[in-house]
Design a protein around this ligand. Structure first.
Ligand code: AP5
Length: 208
């Protein structure tokens, strides 16, 4: 059983790698960003509350995301392990997580800002299933390979908002690197390579 955290700046490839690892290990990928976007699409109370934070690149209040994750981890599909993609994002979230979950490894995906901006500006997502693509690798035109939905750009993928997300990451999330290092749980993976090269390194980090 593996309970895995994916840490790293926006656009480092957390979602891409977590999707691959979910298939490989047969454990769920729990993306707080995706859960919040779904809530926004459905217009739930959480979605309405989260919208202004997500669209400006700010963090949604800790208590909102902690409640989401605490509830999600009680689902039966988490019994044999799970991947947290984009959670925790503050030291407070990490401290709270430690009260209801035992983490085995925190994988830090590393990528330089200029590559991040290029990857995020070209990202397209499926509004229905959340699958992620890049305009330079579309095999099926601008439609989702899973369900045929027309792909869209995320509202927080404009260059100004990406830069804000990078600042927020440095200020509020990067301290988690030393947090998990001090606990002996951190493994770093450089993500400049291809998706496949990066996945090989992620697998090594999980199994090593
Ligand atoms: P979230 O959805 O988690 O966004 P993020 O952390 O900014 O990360 P991204 O999804 O942008 O990037 P990624 O690292 O997953 O990269 P990807 O694999 O897509 O959060 C969104 C918002 O929700 C936050 O800003 C916040 O408001 C809120 N939120 C979420 N969690 C929260 C929390 N815990 N607390 C408070 N607020 C929270 O890859 C990017 C692109 O690159 C894609 O197009 C992909 O196809 C491409 N790509 C990937 N790998 C490669 C490669 N090797 N080579 C070439 N292209 C590649």
């Amino acid at each position: 059983m593996s309970n895995i955290i994916f840490l790293g700046p926006p656009g480092a490839g957390k979602g891409t790698q977590a999707q691959l690892l979910a298939k490989e290990l047969g454990i769920p990928q729990i993306s707080t960003g995706e859960i919040l976007r779904k809530a926004m699409r459905e217009g739930t109370k959480t979605g309405l509350e989260a919208k202004r934070y997500v669209e400006s690149g700010a963090l949604v209040p800790d208590d909102v995301v902690i409640a989401i994750v605490r509830e999600r981890l009680q689902e039966p599909d988490c019994a044999n392990g799970y991947m947290l993609d984009g959670f925790p994002r503050t030291v407070y979230q990490a401290d709270e997580l430690a009260k209801f979950a035992k983490i085995d490894v925190a994988i830090e995906l590393q990528l330089a800002d200029d590559i991040i901006i290029e990857r995020l500006s070209g990202r397209r997502i499926c509004p229905k299933c959340g699958a992620t693509y890049h305009i330079s690798h579309l095999k099926n035109g601008e439609v989702c390979e899973n369900d045929g939905e027309k792909l869209v750009q995320r509202p927080d993928d404009s260059e100004a908002t990406i830069r804000n997300r990078l600042r927020v990451y440095q200020d509020q999330t990067a301290p988690l690197i030393s947090y998990y290092k001090e606990r002996g749980l951190l493994k770093a993976v450089n993500c400049e390579g291809t998706v496949e090269q990066n996945f090989a390194k992620v697998l090594e980090a999980v199994n090593g």
